[in-house]
Design a protein around this ligand. Structure first.
Ligand code: CP3
Length: 371
């Protein structure tokens, strides 16, 4: 039906003058459209009113209130308790006023949930009782069902309600970084056993990576279904590979994970990945960059149409404030070369960081005017 006031109502039909127009009804008060949160706007390539900022490992480590609530509770036990996950996730949002929360959990939680015998040992990191080094061990790794991690959906749903407009970032470890813990049995500097399996038995390697991709995708889908507004895939240790090996042994599996969660912005992060950025960008909306490469150079390598996240060296936060402020300005200036910039560190907050420095850093980033 034509709209009131459109051309065919205005003309006279067969000489009959058109009726007087009816008085305009009073406009219904429409709800104000909520502005998109700055973090999500930047992920989608926009320039929000101030650059958004959050910090990897903002929950935990550096916060005294975190150490208090964790007293007497093991890391994996804490991750399985929605009340603790909610409280710890909210702590840095309350304290620093960051633009996004990240779920408090760990990359090994979904592995534990499918029955891998592992623990997080204080001062060491994740330790796996029986490392996965042959086909039989890979075949024993089962897929993740939603009801393996009921505490994740519960925590995310409550967080989304409590956070209001502040987005919650869900996360998972990427297949390569998870494979490294499973094959090595714990943290490793050279990832030699992982590479031995990768180069030495390609079929078993792809079977392992394929299964880990399924587990990771399922873990992220639980978080997105419960309301996470974005996800970050952490491939912390993949910088140990060349671009050619990344493309052959890792990329198809990480890509499958990213493709499985395409309904929210996807951040893809690794450390020492300067030579991999263009490959890690495929399937991602935002590429996380460590401190080794300036963001304008990173944006050039990644190409147009994707946002960047980063990239102040976490150790800089131990320097005098003037140094931090100067380097922060440099990061923000370099970030303008990209289609969208989410300010962050180049890796996680170091445990010895003064939390007041983080709060001050958030304020400085927020004072920057958009260009
Ligand atoms: O340090 C703390 O904040 C205390 C809680 C804690 C986490 N993981 C939280 C976490 C502890 C004790 C761990 C154990 C752990 N897991 C270690 C030991 C050393 C350490 O850093 O404390 C390691 C190396 C892992 C494995 C792991 N977990 C990796 C490689 C990643 C990806 C991010 C990274 O640092 O490269 C994680 C993710 C992780 N662990 C998160 C949290 C809250 C989520 C991401 C985030 O908050 O940014």
């Amino acid at each position: 039906m034509p709209e009131a006031g459109s051309a065919c109502r205005r003309g006279s039909i067969l000489g009959v003058p058109p009726p007087d127009p009816l008085p305009e009804p009073l406009p219904e008060p429409l709800p104000e459209p909520l502005p998109e949160p700055p973090f999500l706007a930047a992920c989608r390539g926009g320039r929000p009113e101030h650059p958004p900022v959050w910090f990897m490992r903002q929950a935990g480590r550096s916060l005294p209130e975190y150490r208090r609530v964790r007293e007497g509770t093991g890391m994996l036990e804490a991750c399985a308790r929605p009340d603790l996950v909610v409280e710890i996730t909210l702590q840095p949002v309350r304290r620093h006023g960051v633009d996004a929360a990240i779920l408090f959990s760990d990359i090994v939680v979904p592995l534990k949930a499918v029955g891998v015998d592992l623990d997080i040992v204080a001062g060491v990191g994740p330790v796996v009782a029986s490392p996965v080094r042959d086909r039989a061990a890979v075949d024993r790794l089962r897929v993740l069902e939603d009801d393996d991690v009921p505490f994740i959906g519960d925590a995310v749903a409550e967080l989304v309600e409590r956070l209001g407009p502040t987005p919650l970032i869900g996360f998972a470890g990427a297949p390569f970084t998870l494979a490294s813990y499973l094959v090595e049995g714990g943290p490793s500097k050279d990832h030699a056993r992982t590479k031995a399996l990768m180069y030495g038995d390609e079929a078993t390697w792809h079977a392992l990576m394929g299964r880990l991709a399924e587990i990771t995708a399922a873990f992220l889908r639980v978080q997105v279904a419960a309301g996470a507004g974005a996800v970050q895939l952490f491939d912390s240790w993949v910088g140990t590979l060349s671009a050619a090996d990344y493309a052959r042994y890792v990329q198809p599996h990480s890509r499958a994970v990213l493709d499985a969660v395409g309904s929210v912005p996807r951040i893809h992060f690794g450390v020492g990945t300067g030579d991999l950025l263009h490959l890690m960008a495929e399937g991602a909306d935002v590429v996380g960059v460590d401190w080794r490469i300036p963001l304008d150079e990173a944006a050039r390598r990644i190409g147009p149409g994707r946002a960047v996240q980063g990239n102040l060296d976490p150790a800089l936060l131990l320097a005098p404030w003037e140094v931090i402020a100067e380097r922060t300005r440099q990061v923000l200036a370099a970030g303008r070369a990209a289609s969208g910039h989410v300010f962050n560190l180049g890796h996680g907050v170091l445990p010895q960081t003064d939390p007041d420095v983080l709060t001050r850093l958030v304020d400085v980033v927020h004072q920057v005017e958009p260009e």
